[in-house]
Unconditional design. Structure first.
Length: 434
């Protein structure tokens, strides 16, 4: 995958609350110095002719900028407080793993950056105002003060947007829709080939491993604990080709790795050197939490987590669980139309270089349906919608093996519901569905 490390860096920056506000702060500094330079040069352009430029004295300019700076920093504190409350509500209602989705919200970051930028701009311009009244050496940066007023008006518009946005992003329908979009994006990124297209790797003949593979391999050990967030596949293929190596990966993105665990097996071991080991280790990106960069299971588990919380006895909200099941059926139907890449990776000369730990259709179906089936077996509406979801996904499958996997889940749901539901009419309804 191209630019894996750059993608991971951008994802980390995009998920932070400091990156975009910092850019806005530097942008405010640049605008302030530019406006002050134009004021000192006496160039106001058509703004002065239109009568839009600030025309008051130095005392008025101080009062205006002081009011703008003090009000914006106060509103910034309020916005930050509301954001923290929204994060707390998200953690308690949807699960702590959904916090990352809220942290990535660009709208909140722009709002925070706008207020901080306006505050910094006002302070920088305020410090340049000199004189009182009609002093001969007074300096009133009229263009800069005018821009400060415009920024204050823009901040009011941003505040109105934030009030609407903050009340929207914590709605369960919005959270489910955003998570579903992440799932669709991950499927398009990780499974780009549709059924019947390309799939050149699938047509490659699978060669047998060397006879001495198990006895002549070196286990590359993890240097720290963490979740495997991404693997730089291109770098691994490059190193394997240059050193004539065969690599077998023991983990896939999304799995937790304990320090000292063997990330992969390197064959043959006599070609191993310290510099190469460092390069191979750097191809594995570990972090404190999972991301959907190369982990298609992660957004599926997020939808499952929302559904499980909804059908828990303390909340008892089957309608939210049904929404999650609908989103899962849409995402899995999308996935069923894609080719799963082979775990065997070849170089340009048809030499086997990497054996990856493969994600499977059966594993993703288990992730999507197992826990909802287990915890929602006594809820008739949830059980019926699970069966409908399986029937929907089955229409998009292309192999008997995939349909057999779905049929196995439908049978488990039917057996569980027959045991957990006591009402005979409800049982009859479920039998009619299956």
């Amino acid at each position: 995958m191209k630019n894996v490390k750059l993608g991971k860096l951008w994802d980390s920056l995009h998920s932070s609350y400091w990156f975009l506000p910092t850019i806005f702060a530097f942008l405010a500094i640049a605008i302030a110095f530019t406006m002050l330079w134009l004021d000192r040069a006496g160039y106001y352009g058509p703004i002065e002719e239109w009568g839009l430029i600030y025309s008051g004295g130095s005392n008025g300019a101080r009062e205006v900028l002081s009011a703008v700076s003090s009000s914006t920093i106060g509103v910034t504190g309020t916005v930050f407080s509301i954001t923290i409350v929204a994060l707390q509500l998200a953690a308690s209602n949807f699960g702590p793993r959904l916090l990352r989705n809220f942290m990535r919200d660009t709208g909140n970051q722009i709002v925070l950056g706008t207020f901080i930028g306006t505050f910094i701009y006002s302070l920088l311009v305020l410090r340049t105002i000199r004189g009182d009244g009609d002093d001969y050496d007074s300096f009133v940066p009229q263009l800069s003060v005018t821009v400060g007023l415009l920024l204050a008006i823009a901040s009011i518009g941003v505040l109105i947007y934030f009030i609407h946005h903050a009340s929207t992003i914590i709605q369960v329908s919005h959270v489910i829709a955003e998570t579903s979009a992440d799932l669709d994006s991950a499927i398009d990124r990780l499974f780009p080939e549709k059924i019947g297209q390309g799939a050149s790797e699938l047509k490659q003949p699978v060669k047998e491993l060397p006879a001495d593979f198990d006895s002549n391999v070196y286990g590359l050990k993890a240097k720290r604990n963490g979740y495997l967030q991404a693997i730089d596949n291109e770098e691994l293929m490059k190193f394997a080709g240059e050193q004539d190596l065969l690599l077998r990966l023991n983990y896939r993105p999304g799995q937790f790795i304990v320090k000292g665990s063997e990330l992969m097996m390197v064959y043959p071991r006599e070609r191993i050197e310290r510099k190469l080991l460092k390069k191979l280790n750097d191809a594995f990106i570990l972090g404190k939490e999972r991301t959907e960069q190369q982990d298609v299971e992660f957004p599926i588990e997020q939808l499952v987590e929302i559904a499980l919380r909804a059908i828990s006895p303390g909340i008892n909200d089957p309608f939210t669980a049904i929404r999650c099941i609908d989103s899962l059926s849409a995402g899995l139907s999308h996935l069923a139309q894609r080719n799963f890449p082979s775990s065997y990776r070849y170089d340009d000369h048809k030499n086997l270089r990497v054996i990856a730990e493969q994600v499977t259709f059966a594993g993703l179906i288990d992730t999507a349906f197992n826990q909802i089936r287990q915890y929602g077996k006594s809820d008739v509406a949830v059980t019926i919608r699970l069966l409908d979801a399986i029937a929907t996904v089955a229409r998009y499958t292309s192999t008997p093996q995939e349909r057999e996997i779905l049929l196995r889940h439908a049978e488990m749901i039917r057996r569980n519901s027959q045991q957990a539901i006591s009402e005979e009419l409800d049982k009859k309804i479920l039998r009619s569905v299956t």
